[in-house]
Ligand binder design. Structure first.
Ligand code: IPD
Ligand code: CA
Ligand code: CA
Ligand code: CA
Length: 259
């Protein structure tokens, strides 16, 4: 993406995210309107829906020919990755928002023909906006980020998802044992930021497109690897176990699947 095009989008998307943050903070001290989706651990609030509705309205106005894939279904019915596609997670870590009012994120990204172009990942309570574009680099707020050290799994913390560890899916317990320690934060967005910053060497979870599309662009731009647990490249419309890791940690995790 050309730098001038990115700067134009960055100004707009940052304003949309500021509006979504303000909406979250407006509801911060009030009881939320919480509904269950597939079960008691899968929640949605009016804030998730309001944020998505506003993002969809802004994108329709600023990029009218693009399609929109949003978690809460207020965008388009997207079955392929052709053309311009915005992917939105209007509030990532809804359970954390409901129970902790902490550790939740907002994520938006733009793909063209399945290739990630630009991404915005906001750690709301940390006041951190990670943003960047293919070929241009990644910023944390206004500071350009440098690539995290390529540490091996044995020298870093591993972020895993609770259900995968409990059921020992894809050798999760061995991965945890090989690392310096396991962490579970409950928001894919926040977990991605920790790998981007070099605080953790990997994050592995069952993820849907809106959970990893944004983090994938930022991670790859910083020299990290995003793959399936057996080393395949996930397409942006994939559903499954996805990991983001340093190159060395990814190699060790993939090797454990066939050992
Ligand atoms: C969820 C969170 C969670 C991850 C789930 C996601 P949501 O997103 O990122 O950490 O384990 O797979 O669905 O539903 O809160 O946006
Ligand atoms: Ca959800
Ligand atoms: Ca999510
Ligand atoms: Ca969400």
């Amino acid at each position: 993406m050309q730098e001038a095009t990115y700067q134009k989008w960055n100004a707009q998307v940052t304003a949309w995210i500021d509006e979504a943050k303000a909406n979250i903070l407006e509801h911060f001290h009030e009881p939320l309107d919480v509904e269950q989706k597939s079960g008691r651990r899968d929640l949605v609030t009016q804030v998730d829906k309001e944020n998505e509705q506003r993002f969809v309205a802004h994108i329709r106005e600023s990029d009218p020919t693009a399609r929109i894939l949003g978690e809460e279904g207020l965008g388009d019915d997207v079955q392929d990755d052709k053309g311009r596609l915005w992917i939105i997670d209007p509030l990532d870590g809804t359970m954390n928002f409901v129970k902790q009012r902490d550790d939740f994120a907002i994520m938006l990204s733009l793909y063209i023909d399945g290739v990630g172009q630009a991404a915005w990942l906001c750690d709301v309570m940390g006041n951190r906006l990670f943003h960047g574009a293919k070929g241009l680099g990644v910023w944390l707020n206004d500071a350009k980020m440098t690539a995290p050290a390529n540490l091996p799994l044995s020298e870093g913390l591993a972020a895993l998802s609770g259900p995968l560890v409990t059921h020992d899916v894809d050798h999760m317990q061995a991965i945890a044992a090989a690392s310096l320690g396991m962490r579970i934060v409950g928001s894919a967005g926040i977990a991605f930021t920790k790998v981007l910053r070099g605080q953790q060497v990997c994050y592995i979870s069952y993820l849907r497109p809106w959970d990893f599309a944004t983090g994938k662009i930022l991670a790859e731009e910083l020299g990290l690897v995003v793959s399936t647990v057996d080393g395949q490249t996930p397409t942006v419309l994939s559903y499954g176990v996805v990991l983001v890791a340093t190159k060395q940690a990814q190699k060790a995790i993939v090797a454990m699947q066939t050992a």
